[in-house]
Design a protein around this ligand. Structure first.
Ligand code: G
Ligand code: G
Ligand code: MN
Ligand code: NA
Length: 252
């Protein structure tokens, strides 16, 4: 009770907000999308990143409330964005959002309130949270698709049963996290696996986006294996809403 009230106050006080990290087509240099990332600016402890507070929100049953709030912020951003420069923005879905909620219905009510076309909102589910209960995700993906949302699988390759998760979850976009190579260059096993996974995604007619791209070597490798969509510090760090808006409207 106490902590729920505390969190509502954090939301009401503007402490919870969204950063945006652009995604690029590096063969054209154009921004093709962005990911919305939750931030918490605590009056005492400063800017907090999801690793530090999402587990707490999950533990206290607050992540559902938080994710709906983030989704609403993204919808508001989209509704204020001139249609000529609008791009799809992805929102993260926790497995807790899907338990005991008609989540897609809840999202749809918010989206309609802001009158944002569904093609400008992409759902992101994390591969690792699908393990140990895939039925929930199959059902959710079906509902997302019926409502017209594209679905991305986040952190693909970082879990331990990527292939079986991929087989059962009909996602539209695979996000490869280059962190899974963990310092190892792209010349070794990691590069071979990444290259093969990219070709596999193409056969599955699934789009591929590499995230966590930090170096020119990684970018060149991705180009050479035909992975055109990228997100990472090499291109742009997550940024505040105003900065993202200006990037879209003026190009800088
Ligand atoms: O922004 P950062 O790279 O620190 O985010 C780390 C992770 O936190 C992301 O990969 C994502 O899994 C999770 N995350 C970020 N924003 C949200 C959000 O709005 N909702 C949920 N459920 N997870 C998020
Ligand atoms: O949802 P997901 O966990 O994929 O969110 C991506 C996280 O990774 C965010 O917290 C973001 O701040 C972070 N991130 C984005 N680009 C890079 C990068 O190039 N390198 C590293 N180490 N982290 C990144
Ligand atoms: Mn994500
Ligand atoms: Na990720």
């Amino acid at each position: 009770e106490e902590i729920i009230r505390f969190f509502e106050m954090a939301i009401a006080g503007g402490q919870i907000f969204v950063y945006y990290q652009p995604q690029y087509n590096h063969s054209t240099g154009r921004i093709v999308g962005a990911e919305g990332l939750m931030r918490w600016r605590h009056p005492e402890f400063g800017l907090q990143y999801p690793v530090n507070f999402i587990p707490i929100l999950e533990k206290y049953g607050l992540i559902h409330r938080a994710d709906l709030f983030v989704f609403e912020q993204i919808c508001r951003f989209q509704s204020n964005c001139p249609p000529s420069v609008r791009i799809p923005i992805s929102f993260n879905v926790s497995r807790h959002d899907l338990f005991g909620h008609d989540y897609v219905k809840e999202l749809e009510a918010i989206r309609k309130k802001y009158d944002v076309p569904v093609k400008y909102l992409h759902a992101e589910i994390t591969e690792s949270s699908a393990i140990g209960g895939i039925d929930l995700f199959i059902k959710a993906i079906t509902q997302f698709h019926e409502a017209g949302y594209l679905v991305a699988m986040d952190d693909f390759g970082s879990g331990y049963s990527s292939l079986s998760v991929l087989k059962d979850l009909p996602v539209d976009i695979l996000k490869f996290d280059l962190q899974f190579l963990a310092g190892e260059g792209l010349g070794g096993r990691g590069g071979i696996i990444l290259n093969s996974a990219i070709q596999m995604a193409k056969w599955l007619e699934t789009q591929v986006l590499a995230e966590g791209v930090e170096t020119i070597e990684q970018a060149d490798f991705l180009k050479s294996v035909g992975c055109n969509y990228v997100q990472g510090y090499l291109y742009a760090k997550p940024m505040p809403e105003e900065k993202m808006r200006s990037l879209l409207e003026t190009g800088s």
